[in-house]
Write a protein that binds this ligand. Structure first.
Ligand code: FAD
Length: 383
């Protein structure tokens, strides 16, 4: 049984690790990614705020060594989901089982004026560049805004506003600054009223302005104003945006995407093509786009593949459960636990914020690096 996994992010690393743990050399797994290493989404923020060096949050795929798994660094150029044939810069791959875990591509240039007149903190390049930009900011109006939906890690803009408050306070600039958050939702974390309330209280305590139910559609760099979906304009001195998300072009061209994302059976992660699964941000499975959900989906796919290899019937079903850590700043972290696919309205339980949950978040990161890359890793490193 040949298994080909496209994308070595949260989903791809987890499904290949589980298959290796179960079958070792008895299964033929190939993992493809165009990058040279893995970086957690939350590590982008660590680098951006100068809390970690870029090299400290980069996990080279050369360290991803698993029995039965071959890692190939190359770019996927085409996917035929019918024949399960994948063309890459390193040649063509045929497989029995295909797992598409290629994530969401980010398009800063899709928002007029963003590249010319603002910054984005979602790509590795954008977040890492901000590490040098933020120290040059002399104060003024800061906008943290979402430019389109869906977008990954829905708490990240709120976290960024709170961490910006800390950053400006430490630099002695906070009094002369205004921080505004522009979000498409009515509350920061819609499935968790308790987490939303805690964030709105934290915003109010810190004087952060909350602008719900709108997007920033573009920037006018000449006038330094953000153009909102509501028709309003907001002046800014520093603009930090969440760029537009799309499936990678190779997925779009494969014909697998329906209404922008790969449609899957939400319980089994099967696509409409036999022997082809999809997990994580590339899908429209019904959970938010976040690593914890990609990881949970990968576990179900690994069990499905295991059953196919063993010739047994697999009953593992994805339930849409995940938990998310929320940076509140001041070295405190909150936690939301929520289940999306139970058939009932998801209600996220909320804990914290507290320093002990900050330690739990650190453990979350280091445990993944230990399992995937076989080494210890601190979540942050001093610079
Ligand atoms: C600022 C920020 C903070 C975040 N914080 C959190 C958090 O605290 N918790 C959380 O759970 N999630 C968080 N996330 C979201 C999380 O990073 C993503 O949801 C998660 O990585 C999705 O996993 P995935 O496996 O679907 O895709 P990804 O992890 O994006 O992996 C996709 C892989 O596919 C590869 N790829 C794409 N196209 C090609 C191609 N054509 N050829 C070869 N390889 C290709 C990419 O190089 C990539 O490695 C955050 C995201 C951001 C931006």
């Amino acid at each position: 049984m040949r298994v080909l996994v496209l994308g070595a992010g949260f989903g791809g690393l987890e499904v290949t690790t589980l298959l290796s743990e179960e079958f070792g050399e008895d299964v033929d797994v190939t993992l493809i990614d165009q990058s040279d290493g893995f970086i957690f989404g939350f590590s982008k923020l660590e680098v951006m705020w100068g809390r970690a060096l870029p090299s400290a949050v980069h996990h080279p795929y050369s360290d991803f060594v698993k029995p039965g798994v071959r890692f190939v660094r190359t770019t996927v150029r085409s996917i035929d989901p019918v024949t399960k044939r994948v063309a890459t810069d390193a040649g063509t791959f045929d497989t029995d089982i295909l797992v598409v875990a290629l994530g969401a591509d980010l398009h800063p240039s899709a928002t007029p004026g963003l590249v010319e007149g603002g910054h984005e903190f979602y790509t590795v390049a954008g977040a890492f560049a901000l590490r040098d930009v933020l120290p040059t900011f002399a104060g003024g109006r800061v906008i943290v805004a979402v430019t389109s939906t869906p977008f990954k890690c829905p708490p990240a803009p709120s976290e960024t506003a709170l961490l910006m408050h800390d950053y400006l306070t430490t630099r002695g600039l906070r009094e002369g600054c205004q921080i505004s958050v522009v979000m498409p939702m009515g509350v920061p974390i819609p499935p968790s009223p308790a987490a939303s309330d805690a964030l709105l209280v934290a915003f109010a305590e810190r004087g952060i302005e909350w602008h719900p139910n709108r997007l920033v559609r573009g920037l006018d760099p000449a006038r330094k104003v953000a153009l909102l979906s509501s028709g309003d304009e907001m002046p800014y001195d520093l603009f930090l945006g969440v760029p537009e998300h799309r499936v990678p072009l190779v997925v779009e061209e494969s014909g697998m995407a329906v209404d922008g994302w790969i449609s899957v059976n939400s319980r089994t992660l099967e696509t409409t093509f036999p022997g082809v699964y999809a997990v994580g941000d590339v899908t429209s499975v019904g959970t938010p786009k976040a690593g914890v959900f990609a990881e949970g989906q990968a576990a179900v796919v690994a069990q499905q593949i295991s059953a196919l290899v063993r010739g047994t019937t697999e009953s593992a079903r994805y339930d849409g459960h995940g938990m998310c850590y929320l940076e509140f700043g001041q070295d405190e972290v909150g936690r939301v636990d929520v289940t999306f696919l139970s058939g009932e309205k998801p209600i996220g339980a909320f804990q914290g914020p507290s320093p002990s949950l900050a330690a739990d978040k650190a453990e979350f990161g280091s445990s993944r690096i230990q399992r995937w890359f076989g080494r210890t890793w601190p979540v942050t490193s001093s610079v």
